[in-house]
Design a protein around this ligand. Structure first.
Ligand code: SAM
Length: 243
């Protein structure tokens, strides 16, 4: 997968050189480039923002450097048509399903907003050469899109074949099948008076699987009843409904 990130703070993306994503880049599973948006400004002060039309507080990112930058990045991988991901609190929610959707694409380009956001015409105009997607990390407001890009890239890259050592852990984890994962434990079996549930020490794989399913259901019903309500009707068996 190829990933390009446009930002006025390239250093913010430095963690993408670490850990599993760093290794995936070394192994050639992910090709990632971070570009400084100010490289496409033309004035002495490398200005990327201006006051909003219609008044109001704050500044808005000007369309010209964005247009130039997006032209240049699109030309780098032409004739492939990239997906342009614009993080914004006004976008559709970024979920595990969206992460899977992105993981199946060959090329993602991210545009990091700052200030009051990017001039709205940028997303509109970019549709001529990009598939454009505005996504939100959640119902809160960050200072810029960089942190959102770190989150999205990590969630997507770990789904790529070869990035996670044990691919089975992807099938068992929270949000893989609509539920949250059961709690996890490791040694010692007794710690500060707190015991690991006996069933996990039993070696009985069928009982352990049932316990994990029950705990996943309990936990999801308790903190995310919306996820249980969204499960397809056939996903819960009679026993599940008794938990
Ligand atoms: N004025 C915008 C609004 O109210 O919708 C908020 C702009 S925010 C201060 C600056 C940038 O941070 C946004 O352009 C976006 O790139 C990023 N951002 C902030 N919150 C976000 C969220 N919940 N999800 C994704 N990106 C976010």
């Amino acid at each position: 997968m190829r990933i390009d990130v446009l930002t006025i703070f390239p250093d913010y993306l430095a963690p993408l050189g670490l850990s599993l994503i760093g290794k995936a880049r070394e192994q050639g599973l992910v090709e990632l480039a971070v570009h400084d948006l100010r490289g496409w400004t033309t004035d002495r002060h490398r200005t990327v923002d201006d006051t909003p039309y219609g008044g109001g507080p704050g500044m808005v990112m000007r369309p010209e450097p964005w247009g130039q930058a997006l032209d240049a990045v699109a030309a780098m991988g032409a004739p492939e048509r990239p997906r342009l991901v614009l993080p914004t609190p006004a976008g559709r929610p970024f979920t595990q399903a969206v992460a899977h959707e992105y993981a199946a694409l060959p090329w993602l380009v991210f545009g990091c907003g700052r200030y009051e956001g990017i001039d709205a015409r940028v997303a509109e105009e970019a549709r001529e050469r990009y598939d454009v997607d505005e996504v939100s990390l959640g119902d809160y407001v960050l200072n810029g899109g960089e942190v959102a890009v770190l989150v999205v890239v990590e969630a997507v890259a770990r789904l790529l074949p070869g990035v996670i050592g044990n691919a089975q852990s992807l099938d068992d984890e929270s949000h893989a099948a609509g539920l949250l994962e059961a709690p996890a434990y490791t040694k010692p079996a007794l710690w500060r008076g707190h015991r690991v549930p006996d069933v996990l020490l039993s070696g009985d794989h069928a009982r352990i699987a049932r316990w994990k399913r029950d705990e996943a259901l309990r936990r999801t019903r308790s903190v995310r009843p919306d996820l249980v309500a969204a499960l397809p009707p056939g996903d819960l068996d009679r026993r599940d409904r008794e938990v």
